[in-house]
Structure formats: C-alpha cells, structure tokens
Write a protein that binds this ligand. Structure first.
Ligand SMILES: Nc1ncnc2c1ncn2[C@@H]1O[C@H](COP(=O)(O)OP(=O)(O)OP(=O)(O)O)[C@@H](O)[C@H]1O
Length: 352
C-alpha cells in the first residue's frame, strides 16, 4: 500500500492554479458558452440531447465526457450552429445560436473528429487556404501562417504535401487551420483519437499553449488521462443529460473512498468467486466491486482500513492473491461509477 496520497491534492497544474487563485488570464464576466434547457431531437425522433444546462467560463479549459452516443457531438454541433436546437436557449461568445449564427461562426474554431485538411496541399497551403476561408485580412496572412506553422511545429515540413504526414502531424495541421482567425473559443472533438502517446503529448502542449493565450477550449475525449491532465472542469453527459460536473479532483472525491485492486491467480471462475466474496463482505456493503482482467477492483470508503481483512477472507476461501494495491480513484473510476462502464479506447493507434 505504497502509493497513498491525499485525495484532495490535484495532479493537474491548471486545476491547482485555479484552486490557489493563480489564474493565468483574467476572466471576462460573460461566459463563453451559456446553455439553458437545450434539447435536440433528430428528424427520426432520436432525442440526442435532453435538457442540458451548462456554462463554460471565458478562458476555461473545459472537458465534455460521456460514452459513445451520449450526445457530445450533437451538443458541439448545436454550439457551432450546425444544428438548430429543438428547445432551450444557447449563447456562444454572447451570441444567440438561432439569431446570430454568423457571428458565432466567426468567433469559434471547430476541430471535428475527421480532419478537414486537403492532402493535395502542403502544410503552408492548407493554412493559407483556411486564412482565405475565414476571411483573414490579406495583409495579415503571411504573419499568421508563419506563426501557426511555428506554434504546431511544422515549419520544417511547411512545403511538403500533407498526404505524406503522420496522423499526429495531420492533427496538428488541422488544429492550426481551426485557429487562423484567432477565435475566442475552440471546439476539439476527440482531437487525439488514434494517435500514439508521443503525438498525443505534442498536441496537448499545443492546446495548453493556446489556452494560455486566453482561448477557451471545449474538449471531448475518450482518453480520461487527457481530460485529467488538461481540463480545469469537466461535465459528464449520459443519454443526453448532464450527470456530473466539477473539477477532476471534485469528481474523484465524489466517487467516495479509495480503490483496492487485487490480482488473483487462477481463471475467470476465481475472479467471479472473489467478486461474490467482496460483495458479501460486511465492511464493503456500499462498495463497487468490478472484475478486471487480472482480478477484482473494490471501490469503498473503507478500502484502506478493511482491505487486508478482505485479502485474508479470499485466502481462506482458497483463492491465491498474487498482488494488491490501494490507490486514490482515477477519472476511469469516476466514469465507471457514473456510467457503469469503462471507456473503450481500443482504437488502432498510430505506431510511434
Ligand atoms: N443524424 C442523426 N440522426 C439521428 N440520430 C442521430 C444522428 N446523429 C447522432 N444521432 C444519435 O444521437 C445520439 C447522440 O449521438 P452523438 O453523436 O451526439 O453522441 P456522442 O456522444 O458524440 O458519441 P460518439 O462519441 O460516438 O461520437 C446517438 O443515439 C446517435 O445515434
């Protein structure tokens, strides 16, 4: 039980800065996003968003999480004025989505799940094309293009056609094209899906840099480690409704207690028996018990105090405990507690 640590302590420097009041940029009074009672029902009758209230402050790095089909992309499409709400009011950068969509489009960047770069064009040409499309004044385009190539570290390959780029480079270029008009707010819809950890890290640096410059970021991701590292605040959407909202540390505290991971020898039957024993264990009456690939995981207020008693009970039942560890909950545990499922990140990853 070596890795104990205070649960109130945040690993996220942004969150720590927020908690200690050492914010980077002065916040404007007006929120970047103000959603009140949003509902969106598609033409076939599917209600994808069902009464969402949400505010995102100016300059915030905000994470929007939820399982597949929960309503994340639909919400982003409403915010980006690509879909019109069925009910509710939505303001983005102070503009109404119904009456001022053009002003919203001019003041946001949108990096969709599919990259929108043209493979036939070079990195530089892609950024120049975006400058034109977003109406960046002619006189500013050279400087803006050079600045963005530098920001996303593509100066050396500025003249190469983007079809030759790795997945990470394409994503960086795509992010740069979403920013040519210096939007106050950027939507990043699963920007790092399928990238290897190194490429992901480079994008994270880049997102942090644009947020440090004062840009509000609205991120959806299936990588909870990413949300934990980057986001000051998170909301979890499930079946079209927000079911949790808070800083990563707040959400971890809400899980209640610690997590006891137990590794077991034997097969699936051993894990099933261990699960039954843990569920019937008096001290773990309110615990969440889950079978893992190598054993079981018990989340409970008393995981630290009563963990060893459970280990003894398992051994007495003839099971072989090959390892155990008590730890503070991660966002994965939060997600499991809220949605009843772990995030599926079994994507084909780009090789390093
Ligand atoms: N064009 C559409 N017509 C009808 N239903 C749709 C349409 N687009 C999405 N849906 C449905 O709306 C619900 C929410 O989908 P949405 O894409 O917003 O979820 P999501 O949280 O972004 O999921 P993912 O992570 O898989 O992209 C799902 O039930 C989905 O099947």
């Amino acid at each position: 039980m070596s890795n104990e640590r205070a649960m109130t302590e945040s690993d996220n420097p942004r969150e720590r800065a927020r908690e200690t009041g050492a914010d980077r940029t002065p916040m404007s009074e007006r929120p970047s996003i103000d959603i009140d009672g949003l509902e969106l029902t598609y033409g076939d009758g599917t209600t994808a968003v069902d009464g969402v209230d949400l505010t995102v402050a100016d300059g915030e790095f905000f994470g929007f999480l939820g399982p597949n089909g929960a309503g994340k992309t639909t919400t982003i499409k409403v915010l980006a004025t690509l879909l019109s709400p069925t009910a509710g009011s939505v303001a983005v950068n102070g503009f109404d989505v119904r009456t001022e969509p053009r002003k919203i489009r001019e003041s946001i960047g949108y990096m969709a799940q599919e990259t929108s770069i043209d493979p036939e064009l070079t990195a530089e040409e892609n950024i120049r094309f975006a400058c034109e499309a977003y109406g960046v004044p002619r006189g500013d385009r050279d400087e803006r293009t050079a600045e963005l190539l530098d920001l996303v570290d593509l100066v050396d390959v500025a003249d190469k056609r983007s079809e030759e780029f790795s997945g990470g480079m394409k994503k960086r270029l795509d992010a740069a094209t979403a920013l040519v008009h210096r939007p106050a707010l950027v939507f990043l819809d699963e920007p790092t899906t399928g990238l290897d950890p190194k490429a992901r890290n480079r994008l994270w640096e880049y997102f942090e840099r644009i947020n440090d410059r004062g840009t509000t970021i609205f991120l959806t991701t299936q990588y909870l480690e990413e949300a934990d590292k980057l986001c000051e605040r998170l909301a979890v959407i499930l079946d079209g409704e927000i079911v949790a909202d808070g800083s990563p540390a707040d959400l971890k505290r809400q899980v209640g207690g610690d997590v006891l991971d137990i590794e077991l020898g034997g097969d699936g039957e051993a894990r099933t028996r261990a699960t039954t024993i843990a569920r019937e264990f008096d001290a773990f009456r309110d615990a969440t018990v889950e079978e893992t690939d190598t054993g079981i995981s018990v989340t409970a207020e008393s995981a630290r105090q009563s963990g060893t008693d459970l280990l003894v009970a398992l051994r007495d039942a003839g099971l072989t405990v090959t390892g155990f560890n008590v730890r503070a909950p991660t966002l994965d545990d939060v997600f499991l507690a809220i949605t009843g499922e772990r995030v599926d990140t079994n994507e084909t990853e780009e090789s390093a």
